[in-house]
Design a protein around this ligand. Structure first.
Ligand code: GLU
Length: 290
């Protein structure tokens, strides 16, 4: 049996906090305990938010925690050709359409509809995309494409689900409501998700499934906030013929007010804690056991 492969996959759009430390150390420990491999992947597909200094800080903070990882490190920004190939497959299956509305237009459309009935929300609480561009006639779509307008490429979720059939994943951790064991995927709960954009051949969902497969990741260990995203990942794996890893979603580290950490602050940022004299052992104690 080849060794299991774990990965920690941060986006370099900010400094790491205790929640990242918990996730990275858990992946590293599980890899070590199982004789597995530990990879670091830099999820930098969004050039407007990612910065080199954040990536340098990720390296420093993880090394300070005592972690080591295989080199070379995979950078998503260097693999657009692979994402484009996966996107082309989905396009060839007839499951992708361009949607030209701006965020503000989508909000307006939903407000209009919401006057009549409460608009459905995705598992993160965001309103579902109303699917307007799916219904565009071919002529109008061609005209908009030719006009040079920006667009997102969305998955026709109903068609994708019909093609893929029932899906599930093996969960070794637990979901927000204690879900574990074989969990039934519910990708339809996300509506027509964005899979790519005019200028970028992948969204998070597409890049993550392509990378996990190309890197041979067997165990995806990440925070519970991504639990229901796994539904979309299973769907894309099925459509693209990629092997599904096992998933382990872990609890989230919260601040004193019980909120999930989203930004590193003086109280929770690894650099700040390090500068204040904390040791890696103290960080481990503070985040607690798996
Ligand atoms: N890049 C994602 C994040 O920073 C994590 C992706 C994953 O673990 O699947 O939230």
């Amino acid at each position: 049996m080849p060794p299991p492969v774990f990965r920690f996959a941060p986006s370099p759009n900010g400094y790491l906090h205790l929640g990242h430390a918990f996730s990275a150390m858990l992946n590293f420990d599980l890899a070590r305990e199982s004789g597995g491999r530990f990879l670091l992947r830099i999820e930098d597909i969004d050039p407007t938010r990612c910065r080199v200094e954040f990536e340098e800080a990720i390296d420093q903070d993880l090394a300070w925690l005592g972690l080591s990882w295989e080199k070379p490190v995979r950078h998503q920004s260097e693999h657009f050709a692979e994402y484009r190939a996966a996107l082309e497959k989905l396009i060839a299956l007839g499951l992708i359409y361009p949607a030209f509305e701006s965020r503000a237009e989508i909000t307006r459309l939903i407000k209009q509809n919401e006057a009549e009935t409460l608009w459905p929300r995705d598992p993160d609480g965001a309103p579902l995309y109303p699917g307007t561009a799916r219904a565009l006639g071919l002529g109008e779509r061609e005209r908009l494409l030719r006009s040079g307008a920006p667009y997102a490429l969305r998955l026709d979720m109903a068609a994708a689900c019909a093609r893929a059939g029932e899906l599930s994943w093996r969960e070794c951790g637990e979901g927000p409501q204690g879900e574990s064991g074989m969990v039934a995927a519910r990708p339809e709960a996300w509506g027509d998700v964005i899979i790519a954009r005019k200028e970028t051949p992948a969204s998070y969902h597409l890049a993550v499934v392509v990378d996990d497969a190309l890197q041979g990741v067997t165990d995806v260990v990440r925070g519970q906030d991504l639990f229901w995203s796994t539904s979309v990942h299973r769907l894309l794996q099925q459509l693209l013929g990629l092997p599904p890893p096992v998933y382990r979603h872990h609890r989230l580290i919260r601040d004193a007010a019980g909120q999930k950490l989203s930004k590193s602050t003086e109280a929770t940022g690894l650099r700040e804690l390090r500068a204040g004299g904390a040791t890696p052992a103290e960080i481990r104690r503070r985040v607690g056991p798996a």
